[in-house]
Design a protein around this ligand. Sequence first.
Ligand SMILES: Cc1cc2nc3c(=O)[nH]c(=O)nc-3n(C[C@H](O)[C@H](O)[C@H](O)COP(=O)(O)OP(=O)(O)OC[C@H]3O[C@@H](n4cnc5c(N)ncnc54)[C@H](O)[C@@H]3O)c2cc1C
Length: 499
Amino acid sequence: MNHTTFLVDPDIVLIGSGIMSANLAVLLKRLEPNLRIQIIEVTDTLAQESSYGWNNAGTGHAGICELSYTPNREADGSVNVSKVVEIFAQFDESKQFWASAVEEGLIDSPKEFIRPVPHMSFVHGQEQVDFLRARFEGMSQHHFFRTMEYSTDREKIGQWAPLLTAGRGSEPIAATRMEQGTDVNFGAVSRKLLEWLSKQEGCGIATGHRVVGLIKRQDRWELSARNLATGEIHNIRTKFVFVGAGGGSLTLLQKSGIPEAKGLGGFPIGGQWLVCDNPDIVRQHQAKIYGQALDAAPTMAVPHLDTRILDGKKTLLFGPFAAWTTKFLHEKGSYLDLPLSVKPDNLATLIKIGLTNLDLVRYLIQQGTQSMADRMSVLRVFYPAAEAKDWRLVDAGIRVQAIKKTDGEAGIVHYGTEVITNADRTISALLGASPGASVSVHIVLQIVKLCFPQLTETPEGKERLDRMIPSWNFDARLPGEAERVESIRTKVDMILELD
Ligand SMILES: Cc1cc2nc3c(=O)[nH]c(=O)nc-3n(C[C@H](O)[C@H](O)[C@H](O)COP(=O)(O)OP(=O)(O)OC[C@H]3O[C@@H](n4cnc5c(N)ncnc54)[C@H](O)[C@@H]3O)c2cc1C
C-alpha cells in the first residue's frame, strides 16, 4: 500500500520505513501520543529494502547459534560467552516490544512475522567439535541457554536435522540445538507497525519520495523530498531527524554536514542465497543451522542452512554468498552510490581499508567469481546429498559496512551497527547492519534515551516503557533475574504464539 501524507512542521521526521524507523516511530508515539511524526520512504510500499523478508535471513539473532559471536577459546580452553548473552537479552527486548504491540491491539496475527524455528550450530573436524563442546559448557550455565543441547551422536543430530547427516563421511561432527529459536519476517512486522502509525492522529507517511536535501538552519532541519513519479520537490521542517535509511544513510549523513559524519565511509557487499522449494527436501528440515566462517569471510558471511517461512510458505535457504556491487540500496540504489560517497575526508580511510584488508578483498574476488558448482560445494559441507537441480540463486539485500577513522588507526571496518548522533542531539543516524534487525528495539531505545530523555525519565514514561519492554530497566543477564526474565518470556511467547 502506498502513502501520500505530508504533515506541516512535524516534531520528528524519520527517513526510511525499515525495521529501525518502524520501531523508533512507534516507540516514540506510544511514549508520547501528542508527538507529530512523519515518515518519508523512497520505495512505493513500506519496508522493501534490507528489512524485506527475502533480503535478509530472518534469523531472530539471540546468540544461540551464531558461532561468530564466540570466535575464540581462552588460554584455559573455555569460551567467553558474554557477547551471546548480551545479544540474547537484546533480542528479548524486541520480542517484548512486539508482544506488547500485539497485546494492546496495535498489530495482529504474530505468525505473519515470527515463528518458532530451532536454532542449531554445526561443526565438523575434531578441533571444532572440541570448540563447540567448550562453547556449550560456557553457554548452558547461563539461565538464557539452560535448555541448550549438545551432541556428537550422528543419530541424534540426524533426528534434529536429517539433511546434515544423510550421506556424510566418518569425520567427527557436533551440534548444539535450542528449541527457542525464531524465524522473523522483519519486513512484515515493520509494515504492521507503520500501518498502525499511519492511522494515528498527527502522523504522516509519504512513500515514493526520496530525501535529497538535509540541512540545518537555526534550530530546524530542512528536508527536501523528491516525488519519484512527478519530480516535484516537497520541503519539510522539523526539530529532530532520524536517518533510518539503511544503505542510504551514509549519503544523507554526508549531506547533513554534521562534524560527526566527517571521515565516515561505506563499503557495500551484496548478498545472494541458494533457495530450495522442493517440498520433499523442505519438509525434512526444521532449523536454522549456523556453521563456521569460511577463511577471511567477514562475520556476517557465516554460512547457514535455514528454514524460512515467508508469506505462510515454508522454504529452505542457504548462504549468504557475497556479490560485488557499487550500489548502496538494492531497490532504489545507483551504481554511482559508492563512487559518489568518496569525499576528501574519507579517501585516505578507504584506501587504508583496501590495503589492510587484503584477505577481505581476496574473499570478495573469490565470492564474486564463483560458479554454481562452487556454491554447491559449500552447501554440501552442511547437506552432503544436495543436488544442484533443487537449488536456485536469488539476490539478497546489500550491507553497507560502515568505515570510520578511529584513534591512531587510519580506518577500520565495522561489521556491527553504528549509531551517529550529533552534539545537540537533533539528528541520529544508523549505519551498518549486523546483528541489526534482531536488536533493533534495543538500538532505538538507546536513541530515545539519548535524544528524548524527557520521555523516559518521568514516572509516566517509565510506566509506559515497563509495559512495552518489561526488561528495559534491569539487567536481565544477571543470575538473580532468572525467574523474573523467565516469567516475562513465558508471557511474551504466549502472546507471540511461540509457545
Ligand atoms: C543478506 C543479509 C542478511 C541479513 N540477515 C539478518 C538476519 O538474519 N537477522 C537480522 O536480525 N538481521 C539481518 N540482516 C540485517 C538486517 O536486514 C538489517 O539490519 C535491517 O533490516 C536494517 O533495517 P533498517 O531499517 O536500518 O534498513 P532498511 O530496512 O534497509 O530500511 C531503510 C529504508 O530507507 C529507505 N531509504 C533509503 N534512502 C532513502 C532516502 N534518501 N529517502 C527516503 N527513503 C530512503 C530505503 O528504501 C529503505 O526502505 C541481514 C542483512 C542482509 C543484507
